[in-house]
Design a protein around this ligand. Structure first.
Ligand code: PGA
Length: 255
């Protein structure tokens, strides 16, 4: 498998400083056994980025992710964090377009297109999130809806830039609900997205893009979901807040 297999943690807005320290300590107290095509991303809140970077620097396949970044390059935007700042401190990834940001902070496909572009210009790798609500799933329009999220936010990118993107498919009805998509539902959507990418950029590029699944991934189900041919790892919320659980998720990555 040429595609990178990635276990990405998304801590969201959780943990106090001492808890964050303890979790990172527990995650790395035994050297991670991951093979050469497997990667870990630690998506931590902004105040903990430096701390996570300290742990990540000991393993070349462990990187740090921010959970958001500005659509602006720099300037008078109080409270915002730029891609340039993140890149300059050694952050590798930025999670963009998470459904919580779309829902609670009004992030649209058009805004996300801007954020993705600025992130790439500044050398960050976007983990671009997409996914449908339960209503859309029940109406049977999920494939078209999610492909359209990619189209409106990503398909203006050049081939050179698009190749750097990581995609995370996260059905909203599976996030934090304990209800995962079945391995078959995940595979079906991932294959659909990969073919939409192939239509736009050709099959060589489509076959090289890592597409992660997110939504109630945990130690016990990671291996089955990640074992699907078009699933290249996961974006993991709740289960990334417990060291043992996240280590099991990492262990579920394909070779
Ligand atoms: P969950 O969250 O693993 O807690 O369902 C996933 C996510 O929102 O990225």
């Amino acid at each position: 498998m040429i595609r990178k297999q990635i276990a990405a943690a998304n801590w969201k807005m959780n943990l106090k400083w001492a808890q964050a320290e303890a979790l990172l300590h527990d995650l790395f107290k035994v050297p991670l056994t991951i093979s050469s095509n497997q990667y870990v991303a630690l998506g931590v809140p902004f105040p903990y980025l430096s701390l996570a970077l300290d742990y990540a620097k000991h393993n070349i396949r462990v990187d740090v992710a921010a959970q958001n970044s500005s659509q602006h390059q720099s300037g008078a935007y109080t409270g915002e964090t730029s891609a340039e700042m993140l890149q300059s401190m050694g952050v590798h990834y930025v999670i963009l377009g998470h459904s919580e940001r779309r829902e609670y902070f009004g992030e649209t496909n058009a805004l996300l297109a801007e954020k993705v572009k600025i992130a790439l210009q500044n050398g960050l790798t976007p983990i671009f999130c997409c996914g449908e609500s339960l209503d859309i799933r029940e109406s049977g329009n999920q494939n078209q809806y999610v492909a359209n999220q990619l189209k409106e936010s990503l398909f203006d990118l050049s081939e050179f830039d698009f190749k750097k993107i990581v995609i995370a498919y996260e059905p909203i009805w599976a996030i934090g609900t304990g209800k995962t998509a079945t391995a078959e539902q995940a595979q079906e959507m991932h294959a659909h997205l990969r073919s939409a990418i192939a239509v736009q950029y050709g099959s060589e590029i489509a076959n090289g893009i890592s597409i992660l699944y997110g939504g109630s991934v945990k130690g016990a189900n990671a291996k089955e979901i990640f074992g699907q041919p078009d699933v290249d790892g996961g974006l993991v919320g709740g289960a990334s807040l417990k060291a043992e659980e996240f280590l099991q998720v990492i262990a579920g990555l394909k070779e």
